[in-house]
Design a protein. Structure first.
Length: 512
């Protein structure tokens, strides 16, 4: 409103979010599972819903629909929250499911890895499949050995063939006429919906049902994309002439180039709203365009982000030429230990915001600085290494606690030490000698810098390592495995005692 900004302020304990694309759909879903919207949580549904579905919350924010004889999960499978598993589902053996919502009546085979994804109802996944940051719509089938990378959407009733690896941000559909009916185009203006009455909605629904067919004979299938035994074709945003102005003086080649540029921008626009998309490159493009006074940048002028690189939840892209972690480590090394540690925390925070870094980067830089401060030699023994490490933690421990805002930063700290132990140099050699790595973990655990959940999460992701690799040799050391077994046993006993005390209090209240 001209020079005024109008806002509706949320009161304490209130939550508000608008879902307008797959990326926000995933983020809001995770907020619900992380209980940010309490009391609106899966195990405390509003009146009426609990008559249909009732969920129990298990360890690590895993919600399971509790109809008797419904969902079955393999004993060797690892379900890592926040996750939600619907009714009448089947999860096979040796599966890893992390940060995923699974709908009702889904069937998941053996040795399947699913991360940060959404499975709607009646989805079937065969053995040895990998799915990362994608949406699988109702009734779709993913056959043995297929790989669904980040940002993909598999439309209803589509089939991805055996051993097929889709390109990132692919959207597969059964819709025959994608120009007329766009089953993925849910980014409409609000004004468009205001003009649609109930009769028009039913008409459009009928046309959608007529457009999208289940049979492979009626659907034009791109077998080069989905495999010989697959069903479906690639969906692309339209680049029609109404999307840009066409002058009579424009040549045919100019019009074709305009269409190509418009289609390229439309694809990038769709990708930016997908799960797993890294918006850093788009941000720097926009900043560069503002500096040069331009409205748009061509693809050749844009700052490229390596889409083929695997981005997990701890990764981030930064400006070229700036090593964020190295700079953070130097700040820690140059800090005068005679001054309060709070001064260093303020300095790290300032650098973090100026470079758009994360707390995980700050933790990584701090741990690397601590290890570098320990002046090791080739004759350095495990006992002396642990003694020096404990001595450093007396000063740096308070900073690490304030930098670790959750399990993500704790896992990052553990991964950093693992990377140093597997690397070259005197410190890497000292940490890789058994049982040095185990006692480093135990020290961090005893100082309450590493939680049981972080250690078990890290261990669950290392179970499939090749024992001959450097990381595998470190993880499968006998002393390391003994410590992990102790942590898992202690964590299990704590949860059992808590449930026992809860049941005891319940029985006491009943007797009263």
């Amino acid at each position: 409103m001209q020079n005024k900004i109008h806002a509706s302020l949320l009161r304490p304990n209130e939550y508000a979010a608008r879902i307008h694309d797959p990326r926000t759909y995933h983020e809001v879903s995770m907020d619900l599972l992380k209980r940010w919207c309490y009391p609106l949580v899966p195990d405390n549904l509003p009146s009426g819903y609990e008559k249909i579905y009732r969920y129990d919350m298990h360890r690590r924010l895993v919600y399971v629909e509790k109809k008797k004889g419904g969902t079955k999960m393999g004993r060797s499978s690892d379900i890592i929250g926040p996750c939600l598993v619907g009714s009448a589902c089947f999860v096979g053996e040796d599966c890893v499911v992390k940060g995923t919502v699974i709908g009702h009546h889904c069937h998941i085979g053996n040795d399947v890895t699913i991360q940060s994804s959404h499975l709607w109802e009646n989805v079937k996944i065969e053995d040895n499949v990998e799915i990362n940051q994608s949406i699988l719509c109702s009734g779709c089938v993913i056959k043995r050995g297929a790989v669904i990378p980040r940002g993909c959407i598999i439309g209803s009733e589509c089939v991805i063939g055996e051993n097929v690896k889709l390109p990132e941000f692919s959207r597969i559909t059964l819709c025959r006429d994608m120009e007329e009916d766009n089953q993925f185009d849910d980014f409409h203006d609000d004004d468009d919906f205001d003009e649609i009455d109930n009769s028009e909605e039913s008409t459009s629904e009928d046309s959608r049902n007529n457009c999208c067919n289940k049979g492979s004979e009626e659907v034009e299938t791109d077998h080069a994309l989905v495999g010989e035994d697959g069903i479906g074709q690639l969906w692309l945003p339209s680049a029609n002439e109404q999307d840009f102005d066409v002058n009579e003086s424009d040549s045919e080649s100019e019009v074709s180039n305009d269409k190509t540029l418009t289609l390229s921008k439309s694809i990038e626009w769709v990708k930016s709203r997908s799960i797993g998309y890294n918006p850093t490159g788009m941000f720097f493009n926009r900043m560069k365009a503002q500096e040069e006074g331009e409205d748009y940048l061509s693809d050749e002028e844009s700052i490229k982000v390596d889409d083929n690189q695997h981005h997990d939840e701890l990764s981030c892209t930064f400006p070229a030429g700036v090593d964020i972690v190295k700079e953070l480590k130097l700040i820690c090394l140059e800090h005068d230990v005679a001054s309060p540690i709070e001064n260093l925390r303020i300095e790290l925070n300032s650098f973090k915001f100026s470079q758009n870094a994360s707390f995980s980067d700050c933790v990584t830089g701090t741990i690397l600085a601590i290890l570098e401060k320990i002046e090791t030699t080739s004759e350095f023994g495990t006992a002396k290494l642990i003694t020096e490490f404990k001595s450093e933690l007396k000063y740096w421990g308070g900073l690490i606690i304030k930098l670790c805002h959750g399990i993500e930063e704790e896992v990052c700290m553990l991964t950093t030490i693992e990377n140093v132990a597997c690397g070259s140099g005197v410190m890497g050699e000292a940490l890789s000698k058994e049982p040095a790595f185990r006692f480093i973990l135990q020290t961090l655990h005893d100082e309450e810098l590493l939680s049981d959940e972080a250690i078990l999460l890290w261990a669950s992701e290392r179970k499939r390592l090749n024992k001959e690799s450097s990381e595998g040799k470190l993880f499968f050391q006998k002393h390391t495995q003994d410590f992990l077994d102790w942590v898992e046993e202690a964590s299990g006993s704590d949860s059992d005692s808590n449930s026992g005390s809860d049941s005891g209090s319940d029985s006491g209240s009943d007797s009263l």
